[in-house]
Design a protein around this ligand. Structure first.
Ligand code: ADP
Length: 361
């Protein structure tokens, strides 16, 4: 089996490492040939070489959404989950409209062009969240408006004319959580255990498994996978609002940062299950092996992390992506397993301290 991946970042890197266990070959399409997945794949192609890439692949999947329509046209006949799903996800506006139309619970929102931002924001109480339609990730293209309407001018200047925005109620939440599901072409579905996720300024800092029960959210994920006819993975991120509402923040039809822990905490990782689903193999068990957590290493070089201190804690695994350091860039992560959830929390506290100076988990 020859698998192509659109995008060569860390998600692709872990997919290749996991999928190679089955003796499969992997080919990466990326704008640069030095990306993490390119280092471990069987071949790497830039966007001009898309025809050659397509010729080599039996099936193509993706690890990010920001792929041009031109490229997608070339690969759509091979791509799983389907390009239709990916296109829906490419636009935060279309994604939210779809969810709302189909009756899924989402925060209150309106869609506005730049020139209408003031009146759209006025429909909500402060603070209000403004998100650009496309190219946003890790909090990029997202703005919190706290009575400072002057900020709207800057937002308009930073985005192209006729760009649409989501103007959304700020959800006062107890916590955020996500659930990842895997589905094959026969329609069989398995869900991973939910995790509680902690973001700062829109970027995931750490997450952990939980004993809480999220049966309503699990039904939502299953229903979405069926409705979108997903063959592969779907991650759905939720808010657990203080007023009791369970709201979908967003979804991703691909491997997800909140599922990195599955490499060590589950019988089958999200990466392996993606490979199984798109290549027609039986799905692997998504059962929990032990309570788990994950912490992202953000904006630090290899020299700036104390690998000895990190690895001296029992039950930690370091994954280093080998990318050039940049501010707020995800450079690696550490998975943690523990005897129980309290043990995981203690280890995450320790790692937070080693990496960033103490934050309580
Ligand atoms: P991205 O696509 O950049 O990851 P998201 O829409 O997922 O952006 O937002 C990232 C994070 O920002 C969320 O996980 C959450 O912490 C915060 N956030 C986003 N939308 C809202 C909202 N409406 N209310 C409160 N917090 C929000």
């Amino acid at each position: 089996m020859r698998i192509g991946i659109l995008g060569g970042g860390q998600l692709g890197w872990m997919t290749v490492l996991e999928g190679k266990k089955f003796g499969f070959e992997f080919f990466i399409l990326d704008k640069t040939k030095t990306s993490p997945a390119c280092r471990v794949a069987d071949g790497c192609f830039d966007y001009e070489e898309v025809d050659e890439f397509v010729r080599l692949c039996d099936v193509v999947t993706y690890e990010f959404e920001h792929i041009s329509d031109e490229i997608l046209e070339n690969v759509s006949h091979l791509t799983l989950p389907s390009v239709g799903v990916l296109k829906l996800k490419k636009s935060k506006v279309e994604e939210k409209l779809f969810l709302k139309r189909r009756g899924y619970p989402v925060p209150n929102f309106v869609v506005a062009f730049g020139e209408d931002l003031e009146s759209a924001v006025a429909m909500f109480n402060f603070p209000v969240v403004v998100k650009s339609e496309s190219l946003g990730y890790d909090g990029k293209g997202q703005y919190l408006i706290k009575e400072d309407l002057g900020k709207l001018k800057t937002i308009k200047m930073n985005h192209r004319e006729r760009e649409r925005f989501l103007v959304e109620e700020f959800v006062d939440f107890d916590f955020e959580f996500s659930i990842i599901g895997v589905r094959n072409s026969k329609g069989e579905i398995k869900l991973y255990p939910p995790t509680i996720n902690y973001h700062e300024e829109g970027i995931l800092i750490y997450n952990k498994t939980t004993n809480l029960n999220f049966s309503l959210a699990e039904e939502i994920v299953k229903s979405l996978m069926e409705e979108l006819n997903i063959v592969g993975l779907l991650c759905v991120e939720f808010f657990h609002a203080k007023d009791g509402r369970i709201l979908i923040n967003e979804m991703a039809p691909r491997t997800h940062n909140t599922g990195h822990w599955t490499l060590d905490g589950c019988y089958t990782s999200q990466f392996e299950n993606l490979v199984r689903a798109i290549s027609g193999l039986p799905l692997g068990s998504t059962k929990l092996k032990s309570p788990s957590g994950m912490i992202n290493i953000i904006g630090k070089s290899y020299e700036e992390i104390d690998i000895r201190r990190i690895l001296s804690m029992e039950g930690t695994k370091l994954y280093w992506y080998g990318k050039e350091k940049r501010y707020r860039r995800k450079m690696g992560h550490i998975n943690v397993v523990g005897d129980n959830q309290e043990d995981v929390d203690k280890k995450l506290d320790y790692l937070n301290d080693v990496l960033f100076g103490a934050i309580k988990c």
